[in-house]
Design a binder for this molecule. Structure first.
Ligand code: HSE
Length: 399
């Protein structure tokens, strides 16, 4: 079985390494040897063994009938979207880590694959090395998925952990994450929450079986989280985590990405550094926790390699992933009820406590400021009640 890799960046070189490193066991598991015939990249890699299979022109690969499977690990919509559509139309299965493309066009590409008797697989698009996609599509397929809550961005979890546990500055922690190959090419997607939003869109679409667009998911990153907030959270016995939160009630989906205060009694409190943790609740199975490395070269490459083996093993017998292009029914935004962490100046504290109710309080360590946790209310209610107050930070509490 001849394959090609589109992109020789962090993940692409990882896929190349994993396929070569594990070739004997991959042959056993796929039932046939898997050989990398081409690697596509615009760059040259002088002295790297990849040179033997490196090509700069995608047409060479698309026009080669021997190539049956493609690992698309270029990232971004263009030209990956066009290349993927052309490959699938030619009956070549595509395995990808490209969450941006999957979130935007997953339903269409799955449909195109089915039409051409091949597969579009995307295990590595969410949770890096964690087998969350196949679990949702196969193992948990007997369940109605009612809730998914997860830490799905390794870079921000790394930053928040290093700031909270080691007192590192935001910039230093981000630089470390980039050096370790966790961050996106443009880390704004990590810290502004866009990467987690794409993953939330994929998970929500699979849970609903219908398209949930990124635009349907209100998203807030970690850029406004201060060292004081992290210290206050600690004082309250909690940590701040960037969560993707998806719920399904009465056939309606609500989804959001935002920083949350997470307490020790929740498993996600213990998910630190680059690790991701995803709590899935099915109406039959109950809670299932997925935990593992959510970013990095080899964990992500391992997930792509798993897809390649699956595609090779069942070549000509494509799987049936339920993700329709029809839009999912979305719940009204801001309607979910929960408690909030609030940081506010002492001048307004009395008024804020009266309006919002107080569940727990902490000193911020900064003169003239206090932080507290409110009673439960919807976000709409919260915004209405606080419209005349100057809230310094507001963070949802995970309950
Ligand atoms: N930048 C992403 C993360 C890579 O940090 O999770 C894996 O999708």
């Amino acid at each position: 079985m001849k394959i090609a890799i589109f992109g020789f960046g962090t993940v692409g070189s990882g896929v190349y390494d994993v396929i070569n490193m594990n070739s004997a066991l991959i042959e056993k598991r796929a039932g046939k040897p898997i050989e990398i015939k081409y690697v596509l990249d615009l760059r040259d890699f002088p002295g790297n063994p990849v040179e033997k299979v490196l090509v700069h022109d995608v047409e060479i690969i698309l026009n080669d009938p021997e190539v049956k499977i493609i690992a698309e690990v270029m990232g971004g919509i263009n030209p990956a979207y066009d290349f993927t559509k052309r490959a699938l139309s030619l009956g070549k299965s595509v395995c990808t880590s490209n969450k941006e493309l999957v979130a935007a066009h997953g339903a269409e590409l799955i449909e195109l694959a089915k039409k051409n008797n091949c597969d579009y697989y995307f295990e590595a698009s969410v949770g890096g090395g964690i087998p969350i996609i196949r679990s949702l599509c196969d193992s948990l397929v007997g369940d109605d998925i009612v809730e998914i809550k997860g830490i799905v961005n390794g870079t921000t979890n790394y930053i928040l952990t290093r700031m909270g546990e080691d007192g590192l500055d935001f910039d230093v922690a981000l630089k470390e994450a980039q050096e370790n190959g966790y961050a996106e090419r443009n880390p704004a997607a990590d810290i502004e929450g866009t990467d987690a939003q794409r993953k939330a869109a994929i998970l929500a679409s699979l849970a609903a079986g219908h398209q949930v667009d990124c635009d349907d998911i209100p998203t807030e990153g970690i850029c406004n989280i201060t060292a004081e907030d992290i210290a206050c959270a600690k004082g309250l016995g909690a940590k701040i985590k960037l969560l993707a939160s998806i719920r399904r009630d009465d056939e309606k989906v609500s989804a959001m990405v935002a920083p949350f205060l997470v307490f020790e009694n929740c498993q996600l409190y213990h998910v630190n550094n680059v690790f991701n943790g995803i709590l899935v609740t099915g109406n039959a199975t109950g809670e299932v926790l997925f935990y593992g490395r959510g970013a990095g070269k080899l964990p992500t490459a391992g997930a792509v390699a798993g897809d390649i083996i699956e595609a090779a093993k069942y070549y000509g017998l494509p799987s049936d992933i339920i993700w329709s292009r029809e839009k999912a029914k979305m719940a009204e935004q801001g309607s979910i009820s929960g408690r909030f962490y609030v940081r506010i100046s002492e001048n307004e504290a009395m008024e804020a406590r009266k309006i919002l109710g107080v569940n727990a309080e902490s000193s911020t360590g900064k003169e003239g400021e206090i932080a507290f946790i409110t009673e439960a209310m919807s976000e709409k209610e919260f915004l209405e009640k606080t419209k005349n107050l100057h809230i310094l930070t507001r963070i949802c509490v995970y309950d």
